[in-house]
Design a protein around this ligand. Structure first.
Ligand code: HEC
Length: 140
């Protein structure tokens, strides 16, 4: 019986490593705002590629999950489960920036469906400006 102990310890150690490894590959799971931002970052990079190549049919698909993630972030902020790294008291301003960002995003998706490259280009620039504006106030 005792002979099994080291094996059990090794198995336990492997499990801990695997579990913590999984956690670090998905570190955003404990913070919906960061998770939203990481997905948004990936979506935006894809958007830049699409705009550069004039391939607007793929645009909408990149942003599919973002609405649900935004809702999660809002709920967590309201319950005080997460804090904004900077200017944490200015939740109203954050929500204003966020609403304005998502409005532009909806306009972008509409324009992409109409294959309106001019509008998509203009809105892509505006969205980038909105990322930077919000980070300037709320990100450390
Ligand atoms: C309404 C505000 C707001 C907008 C708009 C916004 N962000 Fe963020 N973003 C934040 C905040 C706040 C953080 C810091 C989160 C933290 O560290 O807890 C952040 C963090 C990030 C991070 C780092 C995430 C991490 O894991 O630390 C990335 C990447 C990012 N944003 C990308 C973007 C991109 C790209 C855009 C625009 C397409 C954008 N964000 C628009 C508020 C915003």
């Amino acid at each position: 019986m005792n002979g099994n102990r080291p094996v059990k310890k090794i198995i336990a150690a492997v499990c801990v490593c695997v579990i913590s490894g999984l956690a670090s590959s998905a570190p955003a799971a404990d913070n919906p705002l960061k998770e939203e931002m990481r997905r948004l970052d990936a979506a935006f990079k894809n958007l830049v590629g699409d705009v550069a190549l004039g391939n607007l049919s793929a645009v909408e698909g990149h942003f599919h999950e973002l609405h649900a993630l935004k809702e999660k972030t809002h709920a967590a902020l309201e319950k005080g489960e997460i804090k904004l790294p900077k200017n944490g008291g200015k939740i109203k301003l954050f929500e204003q920036y966020d609403a304005s960002f998502h409005k532009k995003l909806e306009q972008l998706i509409k324009a992409s469906k109409k294959d309106n490259i001019k509008a998509v280009r203009r809105l892509t620039h505006r969205l980038l400006d909105a990322c930077i504006r919000c980070h300037g106030v709320f990100r450390q």
